[in-house]
Write a protein that binds this ligand. Sequence first.
Ligand code: SAH
Length: 339
Amino acid sequence: MTGGSQPIERLDRFMARANSVYYATHDPFADFATAPEISQVFGEILGLWAAVVWRALGSPSPVLLVEAGPGRGTLMADALRAIGRAAPDFGGALRLHLIEASPRLRALQAARLPVATWHEGLDTLPDGPLLLLANEFLDALPIRQFVWRAGRWMERHVGPDGFVEMPLAEAGGRLPGLLPGVPSDGTVLEHNAAALAFATALARRFAHVAGAALFLDYGPARRGFGDSLQAIAGGRPANPLAPAGSGDLTAHVDFQAVAEAAQAAGARVHGPVPQGPFLAALGLFQRTNRLARHLEPARASALMQAAQRLAEPDRMGRLFKALALSSPGGALLPGFEPG
Ligand code: SAH
């Protein structure tokens, strides 16, 4: 504690607290549009992805269908509708489990997905075959940031007047993970321990139960230096260090680190691949066209534009990536085939 009213807090603890206040008090989807809120086809094709993977696993019944960070429940509602039409046997076998921290969002989800069971994390999920979907979940998990100063790493904390850099508390000032290059003064390095722990825990599960997990999120395919912490408040970029809970805090996902952690824990890793080609390979445009044929021109054109927004490289198609984890020895997964 300092003499001021606000303690100095390590960045990851500040971010965790800020987001739990934010998600408990705001409708995040008034502030930003996520893929399932942009087009219903997004959730539909992810539901069909899960159905295809379920069949490749030998159609286990029952099977857990899990979503991490379901937001308004839109992705899963769209997925279940598509599954009910195209793969009713999967629909009958699946048991819906949702990982959600926010009581406010749980209530929204319950209105659309009444048969689900809610969890705080992976630990309380029942054992057994598992398919997990997560869109823009890992980017909301808290990160630590390190800054290279005069030949050593300092760690960013948040104080009453902004960032405070403190010597690394770890033994010998060692950093978690490998460096992506040679730092210069002021270089920032991020570390998402919570995302890595989530991937590791899933990978350990896949060592003894059949399953696959699909993450869609934004971030580079290869690890690098740089500060990617950002806040959105009222639909606009905002100061990430504004009082906790006034904005939604996210950071780029380090897909390389997530992939390496999962692999080290024994999972098979697929991707990352850019979201645009991934969704296109799963039939985003075919499905969109088929739906659009039955709509009046204005709505048909809005649906087409939504698909383009998800897939075009200069919109969400390149920065967003798909990464999947599965049981070792399992088959290739749809959307991750080479070529
Ligand atoms: N997947 C949704 C929502 C993305 S926002 C969509 O694409 O629209 C992030 C979601 O993750 C919210 O539902 C938020 O409450 C949840 N979340 C964030 N941190 C979490 C944590 N530590 N544990 C569980 N859920 C979390």
